[in-house]
Design a protein around this ligand. Sequence first.
Ligand code: HEC
Length: 336
Amino acid sequence: MRPDLQPVKRDRLSSSPTAHRIGLSSERASQIVRQSGSARWVAFIGVSLIALFVIGYYFYDLGFPGVAGSSRLVKSQQDQVVTDVSRGYDLFQANCARCHGSQGQGGIGPVLNDQMKLLAHLNPQYILNVLTVGGRYVCGDPNSLMPVWAQPVGPLNYQEVNEIIAWLRAPNDLTFTGTDPATGQPARISGWRDPNFVQPPTATPVPACWKDAFAKPSASAGASTAPSPSGAPSAAPSGAPAVTVIKITAQNIAFDQTDITVPAGQPFQIEFTNNDAGIPHNIAIAEGSPTGNVVFKGDIVTGVTTTTYNVPALQAGTYGFLCQVHPNMTGTITAK
Ligand code: HEC
């Protein structure tokens, strides 16, 4: 055997015999009992503290019963939603507002902030498809002005597309601080969609292609650049007083007049000038208010141009008029 592996003899050490002479005194014995008792207490209190912490943390994370908004997880999820929406807002202002308007009120592109559209038409999957395929997806127009936005063809990545969708769908009770596109100053921004909106019973459903909301060229009630009525009953029988002509101009997505009066029971003409270059507008007349039943639809015309609508006689009463491309452009017509 190697010498370094040989077992070495060691002295066994123990306490001196005097230490063993004295037995366990009763004092010492009771001390030991006390000590072990308090050790159990310490353990019990320790375990209780941990249990209380776990219970407390559970409620902290998931919310205290009956206390709304006390859940940390729900709150951080909401913070994430607001982050997505406010990023989507910035992306929208940078890329989309020049055609759809900074409030989504429309311009070269169709209106996006319309509640009827936001109800079902502009759903997340549809917006995703439009951004992936481009404006061609909307009406099948290969020359659509709207390009493809989503990668790989377009510039926006998956995350950015989702943020834009989150912004377009954001409810109006969601507010955050963003940049006002007009002033460049920080402003409180809220979403467009009213989550409590219900479709009015008289509303016509949003067509798949936005252009179908406007009148097709028709012989009777459409626009005719020539003042002579084509198929329509003659507006002014010979000998009768000249037909009333109302002039309305659309500029900067607004009508220059919002209150017009026409003779009741007589056909009249609207000389409609669209001064918004490249932006389509029309004039439609609805019973009661601009959201009422549409009784006349003028053809949609893209500016800059002037066109004449031959409007059939209106019974005495109050009517609303609007641009159907931009339903925020409205006015009142009184027939008397
Ligand atoms: C160059 C102008 C232009 C820009 C920029 C633009 N769009 Fe459009 N957009 C249009 C036009 C025009 C249409 C209508 C498509 C058609 O019929 O050809 C449209 C259609 C849409 C539609 C469908 C609307 C409907 O009623 O069905 C959505 C949604 C949309 N755009 C979202 C966006 C978003 C989001 C952006 C920014 C990332 C954007 N657009 C940027 C011009 C534009």
